[in-house]
Design a protein. Structure first.
Length: 170
């Protein structure tokens, strides 16, 4: 979709099309729409970023918590969103060995127990090894640092998704 077509959308149509950009959080699209008309794809991305970052902590935490565990039970059961399924598959998380799955499960559980929200990483273009290394590097951090990192990663995920859906130019 091109930016001029996006600018012609009503608020409800915008939310229908982009409401899944922030995992299970269509309110982010509703807030982003307030920045229309958009001058470029980057302006749409910025609007989504600001919509999330300008929200209160409770709403931001809800967006973080809406993200599934990497290589977790929802993925194994085939219950991820289309975007999450594609992103996790691109990093090879759909073809883990039993040992890798056990390691991901243990790290997911340790992370959630420590911080109270799931580990978030924009996995597009990452390898399993890079993801595991990131888990290990981030586990010792404090909660505030990880909350900010999780928000940064959610913004990267939204940017990847919007880049995939919006064509450059008008």
């Amino acid at each position: 979709m091109k930016v001029d077509a996006i600018n012609a959308l009503s608020a409800s149509a915008f939310e229908d099309i982009f409401g899944d950009i922030a995992e299970e959080s269509p309110w982010v699209a509703s807030q982003a729409f307030r920045a229309a008309p958009f001058a470029s794809r980057d302006a749409v991305i910025d609007a989504f970023t600001h919509a999330l970052l300008d929200a209160d902590d409770e709403d931001r935490l809800a967006v973080i918590c809406a993200h599934p565990d990497l290589a977790g039970k929802l993925a194994a059961a085939g219950h991820l969103t289309e975007d999450s399924t594609s992103e996790q598959a691109s990093a090879g998380l759909d073809s883990l060995t039993d040992a890798e799955r056990e390691e991901f499960t243990a790290l997911n559980e340790s992370y959630k127990a420590r911080f109270g929200f799931p580990f978030i990483l924009a996995v597009k273009g990452a390898t399993k090894r890079q993801i595991l290394d990131s888990f290990r590097a981030r586990l010792p951090e404090d909660r505030d640092t990880e909350f900010q990192e999780a928000l940064k990663q959610v913004c990267r995920i939204m940017a990847f998704r919007l880049t995939d859906r919006i064509e450059e130019g008008y």
